[in-house]
Ligand binder design. Sequence first.
Ligand code: C2E
Ligand code: MG
Ligand code: MG
Length: 559
Amino acid sequence: MDKSKELYYYSLLEDMTDMMNDPDNFDRDAFIRVLTRFAEMFNVAKGVTEFYMSLTDEQNGYGEKLIDYDNGHGDKEIIRRRIVAHSGVVLICTFYAAEDAPELPEEDLKKLDLIARMILGLVSRNRLIGVVEKLGFSDEQGYPNYRTFLRYIQAVNSDGTLGGRIAFKYNLKHFGLVNQDVGRAIGDVVMRNHFELVSSVVGNRGIVCRMGGDNFIGMLDRKDLSSLLDTLKGVPIVYDKSNQKRVMVRASVGIFELPTPYRFDDPDDLMDVLMPAASIAKNGSGDGIVFADDKFMKMKQNSMMVQRNFPTALAENEFLPYYQPQVDITTGKTVGAEALCRWKKDGRLIMPGQFIPVLEQSTDICLLDFYMLDAVCRDIRRWMDEGSPIVRVSVNMSRKHLIDVDFTDHLTAIIDRRQIPREYIEIEFTETVDNAGFGELKQVVEKLRAAGIYTSVDDFGAGYTSLALLSDIPWNIIKIDRSFLPVQGKDDRDILLPIMKHIALIADELGMSCVVEGVETQEHEDIMREYNCRIAQGFYYHRPMPVTDFEELLLEENG
Ligand code: C2E
Ligand code: MG
Ligand code: MG
């Protein structure tokens, strides 16, 4: 080989090495060009690479055969190189010459062999990356998976351009029902079409990946957010084009608008914000769209604080009953009280609004309710022992208790253990936004009544006000929600007051007494007189107070 040919050979080898070192930008055309030059140089008529995923595939001939170069002049094998990679993948590179071509000198064969090995190195690297991509970055149905998402956000993170983008995670609502409706196979088509639709909204400005099941995660440009939300709120997905069969697909979604600038040390930092928003979107009572904004983060922090501290707080008696008197407006005297929970933590009083809703998310609320009932029984026991005046005390019970079949037994056991006459205790259940568990509620109230314990329906009129709740359940007391009373400056009494009037009448008819909640003014008291409601609970008379203050009040009134 003369000098200039030798130089040319090395420059081509260099081109090939460059390609090997930069497999991400592999350009097949450039590769073929280099191969063609080599072929011409060594009188090669045809170059073929073969690729098999495994030895078995090779034996069975299941693989890919790529003809890299072919001038149509021959198939006399001159060089054949075969490698088996660690992963078990088999690669073969073969060069052919024309039948009548002269034998190549030893030196040229060596050079050609080097080329064959380089081709294998290059192909294996590219193909293996392809295989690894397929196995590692998409799921069994071919959706890009969570690792693809991580790789994407890590890349954007290192570019420093995460700030201002939107991370989102969504869950298809009731997709099990869609599967039931149209069958699993068509369900897959629906999911795929929905995914394609979301992907088209996101475009090449972001990414959407499947996390598993009907959970998806992605990132998009701020300007595409409203289109995304429109799509996720609900879109009809066509699954049979021939007769336009469609199914409605809705999703719940958690959204995290990344601040500008934003950079994470660990992708978990981002996930720690996004995931809770998505989970509340999925399980909460709202419209299924939850933004992980400052308000949300504070809420999240608060609920973590409550959950973390609850067990010790309970063990250390940090929860206290405060007593709010219920007043007979005709005499001005206290005729009952409601026990309201306060959490005394590090010398500070925490109000129930901050911890009850958190505890309501688990059965922790039941522990607190029984604790409160016991604390109230302890106070009443003391009043009895000291010969102090006593009124009936009502205790709030979460509806979560209704799943406990032995609830009434647990409750009476607490009262009886302190030997408290049962008529001193009243149990409040709130009316809820829906009517779930109506049957259980009815049973429990009937059992409590039979056990001689008073019951009341709390916040009546605030939620899903159902007259069946009054006519079918034998309550002793209806607590009329304060939302019926006019608010200063807001003139809606015309609509609400007639309803309140009739609730009071119905209660009377059914032999139940009424307590009006949230009585704050003389005007409110006047309304009560007009409607013959006698018992009031509200700031106009007393705020909830510590037990010692309450004892003093009773002593004063009876002294
Ligand atoms: P609730 O059972 O309806 O209790 C009445 C709430 O209204 C109390 O709030 C009371 O302070 C407030 N209130 C009383 N009079 C007035 C008034 O004139 N104006 C206004 N604006 N508000 C008034 P609190 O103590 O913050 O309790 C809030 C809720 O937390 C309670 O509403 C009850 O649903 C729940 N809760 C409190 N303690 C317990 C408990 O031990 N167990 C359970 N399950 N829930 C509890
Ligand atoms: Mg109450
Ligand atoms: Mg109430």
